[in-house]
Design a protein. Structure first.
Length: 204
């Protein structure tokens, strides 16, 4: 068995014309959900660029501890964009933060004939309903995992059980190895601690 410790699952569900977002986040082996209100103020510029038949206008905003630049099209009067971004007078085609850590690009916009049920792949996780929690509880759960990221694996590990276990490409043969592996996993968690909303990054 090989353990992949870089899997991150974050999903956002938003009602039309709303800044209220239902967030879904996988922490450890449990899915959590929490509601946020994510309003943003845009500054329009006169700068434009052509993309095929579309004329895109530039706008900027500050959100989540980052500065963002968006290019949107006023002819497509859908005031939406990727992730939690919305509120411009047209559809966002491109969105990028000032450090180029995140870049969103519109691939396709399709008008669906029906409203589809997403319950099977957003509102549930492997058949389990997400746990509704406060932000304080969610952050405590994440810190608990950081303090002992291999807790469950270590407790379930049995030497000479015949099953091969690899963590970060290291074969585990005894429980003592988990002490050093915990430190390596923590280092990796710090390295990849760069969420879209940087101001909400956990301070390890």
């Amino acid at each position: 068995m090989t353990i992949d410790l870089e899997v991150i699952f974050i999903s956002v569900k938003r009602s039309k014309d709303s800044y209220n977002n239902q967030n879904y986040e996988l922490i450890g082996s449990d899915m959590y959900t929490f509601l946020t209100e994510d309003k943003m103020t845009w500054k329009l510029t006169n700068e434009t660029q052509k993309l095929g038949q579309y004329t895109l206008q530039k706008a900027t905003t500050k959100f989540g501890g980052r500065e963002w630049t968006a290019w949107f099209n006023k002819d497509i009067t859908i005031p939406e964009g990727p992730y939690k971004f919305r509120g411009l007078a047209g559809l966002i085609f491109f969105l990028e933060d000032s450090k180029s850590n995140y870049l969103f690009s519109l691939v396709k916009n399709k008008n669906l004939k029906n409203t589809y049920d997403t319950f099977g792949f957003i509102e549930t996780f492997y058949g389990s309903k997400p746990l509704e929690v406060s932000d304080a509880v969610r952050l405590k759960k994440k810190m608990d995992i950081y303090n002992d990221p291999l807790h469950d694996m270590r407790n379930g590990f049995k030497e000479n059980a015949g099953e091969e276990i690899f963590v970060m490409n290291v074969k585990v043969t005894n429980k003592e190895q988990f002490n050093e592996l915990n430190k390596k996993v923590q280092q990796m968690m710090k390295k990849f601690n760069n969420p879209i909303e940087r101001n909400k990054a956990l301070k390890y």
